[in-house]
Design a protein around this ligand. Structure first.
Ligand code: HEM
Length: 380
């Protein structure tokens, strides 16, 4: 049988190891992009936005360089605070329990379809103040928009359908923003509208683009954290038993799941001026991707990198990126992961994958994840 990890599209680990040793910056002709395999080179790229730019010309912080990025990130950080995230703890617990109740009542579960996806989608809806009666519509849009990021797989709408959904999404949130402007609350959207750095505020385009970015950046990524944890559990049953007895070990386990089964392949940049990484010359205009899935296994940085060790200390993986674009949603993803996985282990027993249904990896340039993970279980 194919190993669970190989099912994810990435993880050609023998090749990565060889490349780190012999050819650490490699031009991938299929995608016309350089791969940066080593940890140290990855940090150099991510710490030097002047040479390795994120700029896309879009109003989204993910595709922006300093100084504009600093201002926007400052504004967003004022709104997207640890307090806002901590407030979600009760909600995350409630939704996870509801999803698990439903699965237990049905007596069957596909972890991807029934937990990994609906949880972060509902939490983003909550963050954006989407009322419960409009949640289903929001989740439908989210699925259509995120499916557009994949290669011809699991798509629920054609291009025209997706554009239409994008328009509906924008119109809906333009109205929501207007409502919050008229009547500010203590929620994220009001804080975003009111956030102020030296008299500068987010404009309407930037606000709308941030609403969309939450989906783009926070939905499938978090879904894949929960989904990929299933592969980690499958490959390390001893760890599952340990975690069941010691839920306080979950944060360490999550870091190791992110390192070894990370949900994002890496970060893309383009070269602004002729430069070198190590011995490799790069030209202005070249594009590169920092391969987190290789850097996270770099033997120069991680002791015994192939070992899945939930007590690894320090664990400086770059699955949330590094430097100025470091993931703004990391505290939220960690919180969702901890609550969802602990409740999953507490409430379900004798979990095993239903091997009648073959596993399939998500086909995406950026993401590593599963399209389904059907299980057989008993409930406590
Ligand atoms: C940035 C990964 C969850 C919001 C990033 C970056 C990575 C990443 C690698 C940096 C990209 C770059 O440097 O080009 C992940 C992973 C997640 C996750 C693996 C889940 C396990 C979330 C969540 C949210 C979020 C839940 C929000 C709800 C963002 C934002 C940025 C970002 C806004 C842009 C930050 C900036 O450009 O300054 N994420 N993310 N992410 N992430 Fe996440």
């Amino acid at each position: 049988m194919q190993s669970a990890r190989q099912i994810l599209t990435g993880f050609p680990h023998d090749w990565y190891r060889q490349m780190r040793a012999t050819n650490p910056v490699y031009f991938e002709p299929r995608f016309h992009i350089w791969y940066v395999f080593r940890y140290e080179d990855a940090l150099r790229v991510l710490n030097d936005p002047a040479t390795f730019s994120s700029e896309t010309g879009q109003p989204s912080i993910l595709g922006m360089d300093p100084p504009r990025h600093n201002l926007l990130r400052n504004l967003i950080s004022r709104a997207f605070t640890p307090r806002i995230v901590a407030q979600l703890e009760g909600k995350i617990t409630e939704i996870t329990n509801e999803l698990l109740d439903a699965a237990i009542a049905r007596g069957q579960m596909d972890v991807i379809r029934d937990l990994a996806y609906p949880l972060p989608a509902t939490i983003i809806a909550e963050l954006l103040g989407v009322p419960s009666q409009e949640r289903e519509m929001f989740i439908r849009w989210s699925n259509i928009i995120t499916a557009g990021q994949r290669f011809g797989q699991g798509q629920t709408a054609d291009d025209e359908g997706r554009k239409q959904t994008d328009r509906e999404f924008r119109e809906y949130f333009a109205i929501k923003l207007e409502e919050h402007r008229r009547q500010p609350d203590d929620d994220l959207m009001s804080s975003l509208i009111l956030a102020d750095v030296d008299g500068q505020r987010l404009n309407q385009e930037e606000l709308l683009s941030f609403c969309r970015l939450l989906l783009f950046a926070g939905y499938e990524t978090t879904a894949n954290l929960i989904g990929n944890a299933m592969l980690a559990f499958e490959e390390h049953p001893d760890v599952v038993e340990e975690l069941r007895g010691n839920p306080e070990l979950m944060p360490g386990a999550i870091e190791e799941i992110l390192r070894c089964y990370g949900s994002v392949i890496g970060a893309v940049r383009h070269v602004t001026t002729d430069t070198h990484i190590g011995k490799q010359a790069l030209k202005r205009g070249d594009r590169l991707i920092v391969r987190a899935d290789s850097a996270n296994y770099d033997e120069e940085q991680f002791h015994d990198p192939e070992r899945f060790n939930i007590r690894r200390m320090p664990n400086r993986h770059i699955s949330f990126g590094h430097g100025l674009h470091y993931c703004l949603g990391a505290p939220l993803a960690r919180l969702e992961g901890r609550i969802a996985l602990n409740l999953f282990l507490q409430r379900l027993r004798n979990v095993r994958r239903n091997e009648d249904q073959p596993l399939e990896g998500v086909r995406s340039f950026f993401l590593l994840g599963l399209t389904s993970y059907p299980i057989i279980f008993t409930a406590r």
